[in-house]
Design a protein around this ligand. Structure first.
Ligand code: HEC
Ligand code: HEC
Length: 104
């Protein structure tokens, strides 16, 4: 197959679109929820209904972690363990909106 100029323009366009996409996602700087022993219960709450490896592909693709179920745990424990919030910390009602769970 001969690759002509129009093909190269198409390839270039894809590269530009991908570049923008990666650039935007790289701007995500808020810290992730650490995946450590302390945060295990938060991950367990979020993934308690996770479909098993034998579930249908459909169920696995459309599974959403139970973020609200996990978020109720965050602040009580942080207060109890005296984890400081930065002084300019934004409104704290939906932790997992900003602090993402790490993927397995
Ligand atoms: C059982 C207690 C506990 C629960 C529940 C908990 N945390 Fe934490 N978290 C801690 C402690 C202690 C630290 C500080 C030490 C550390 O990083 O483990 C911390 C640290 C953090 C940090 C800072 C990490 C860093 O990189 O400095 C973030 C962000 C965080 N927690 C978010 C969350 C969110 C969001 C939730 C709810 C989904 C949550 N935590 C639930 C105890 C908890
Ligand atoms: C509107 C977005 C937003 C929400 C909602 C939010 N945070 Fe944050 N959080 C931030 C930003 C931005 C920072 C400062 C940058 C950073 O360190 O991630 C921060 C910092 C932190 C830190 C300090 C991290 C460090 O530097 O050690 C902790 C702990 C934390 N948040 C916990 C929580 C918890 C727990 C909740 C829910 C009760 C929550 N956050 C909700 C945006 C948010």
């Amino acid at each position: 197959m001969k690759i002509d100029k129009r093909d190269w323009m198409f390839v270039g366009l894809i590269v530009v679109v991908l570049g923008i996409f990666i650039g935007i996602s790289g701007r995500e700087k808020t810290r992730f929820v650490p995946k450590d022993a302390m945060h295990k219960i938060a991950y367990e709450a979020a993934y308690k209904n996770a479909p098993g490896a034998d579930a249908s592909l459909f169920k696995r693709v459309f599974f959403k972690p139970d973020k609200k179920g996990a978020e109720v745990l965050c602040e009580p424990c942080h207060l109890e363990k005296k984890v400081p919030f930065p002084p300019d910390h934004p409104s704290k009602n939906r932790c997992l909106f900003c602090h993402k769970l790490k993927q397995n």
